[in-house]
Write a protein that binds this ligand. Structure first.
Ligand SMILES: C[S@@+](CC[C@H](N)C(=O)[O-])C[C@H]1O[C@@H](n2cnc3c(N)ncnc32)[C@H](O)[C@@H]1O
Length: 241
């Protein structure tokens, strides 16, 4: 099967010993021995809780609908850049956690878990691979996350809940699906009860939001730990767009 060229994450190297050694070296270099020990502690905690956030190749998974070729593969967002993004958004909207956090392509639920720990009143995921959906449900229950919902659905057909305040994308799919998702978000804009922000991490299809008359571009944030960027947008008020 031909792999998509730009948005697809090739994770085959994740399973090599070399990769693990490089990750550990990078952690020690950037976070010191303390950071390294913190990682080991977290790893042991997840093992003890029997939760699973390991990567999965999208081509090994069944999905709902026929958009698998347009999907990125699963791996969880890194904790450090993710928390930096949440802190950054809070600078724009100090009350952001009063609304709901929504992750399009929520995988095994890592961002949902972290967003809950960050203080969001509700965390919501949409995931189209039944295996990942089921693992995320187990993970979130074992980690005692309260007030979460995960929908087993193709993101292209999903309408955001009215209480959403932050929408998160971690390079989940290609332009075709992202355009449909954009249109659904916009279609419902008279129903949202909070200001709605978007954090688009690894923003391969950024043009869709850059060119959209409904979104205001706020900032491109850079994480030096992972060399990843995140673009932040705000849905314009009804009278502005
Ligand atoms: C890079 S992973 C991100 C995982 C998660 N957001 C995180 O940050 O930990 C992309 C996820 O998007 C999901 N996905 C891709 N296309 C989708 C679609 N059309 N509908 C729902 N989920 C989709 C994949 O199955 C995968 O779990």
């Amino acid at each position: 099967m031909e792999k998509a060229k730009n948005f697809y994450f090739d994770i085959s190297h994740y399973y090599t010993l070399n990769h693990h050694i490089n990750v550990l070296k990078n952690v020690i270099k950037k976070e010191g021995i303390k950071g390294f020990l913190k990682r080991i502690k977290k790893h042991l905690y997840f093992k003890y809780k029997r939760v699973d956030f390991s990567p999965e190749n999208i081509f090994d998974l069944e999905v709902k609908g026929d958009n698998r070729e347009k999907a990125s593969t699963y791996h969880a967002v890194l904790e450090k850049p993710f928390l930096e993004i949440l802190e950054k958004i809070k600078e724009y909207e100090p009350d952001i956690t009063k609304g709901a956090f929504l992750d399009y392509g929520s995988g095994k639920g890592f961002s949902l878990y972290k967003a809950y720990k960050f203080g969001f009143s509700e965390v919501i995921g949409v995931e189209f691979a039944p295996k990942l959906y089921q693992i995320s449900m187990n993970n979130l229950k074992k980690l005692k996350v309260k007030n979460f919902k995960v929908y087993l659905e193709d993101a292209a057909h999903f309408s955001p809940p009215t209480n959403v305040s932050l929408i998160f994308f971690y390079n989940p799919f290609n332009e075709e699906i992202m355009q449909k998702v954009h249109d659904k978000i916009v279609e419902n804009r008279d129903k949202y009860t909070n200001s709605v922000y978007i954090a688009y991490h690894y923003p391969i299809c950024k043009e869709i939001f850059d060119k959209s008359e409904y979104f205001e571009f706020l900032e491109e944030a850079y994480c030096s730990f992972s060399n990843e960027i995140t673009r932040i947008y705000k849905l314009k008020d009804l009278q502005e767009a």
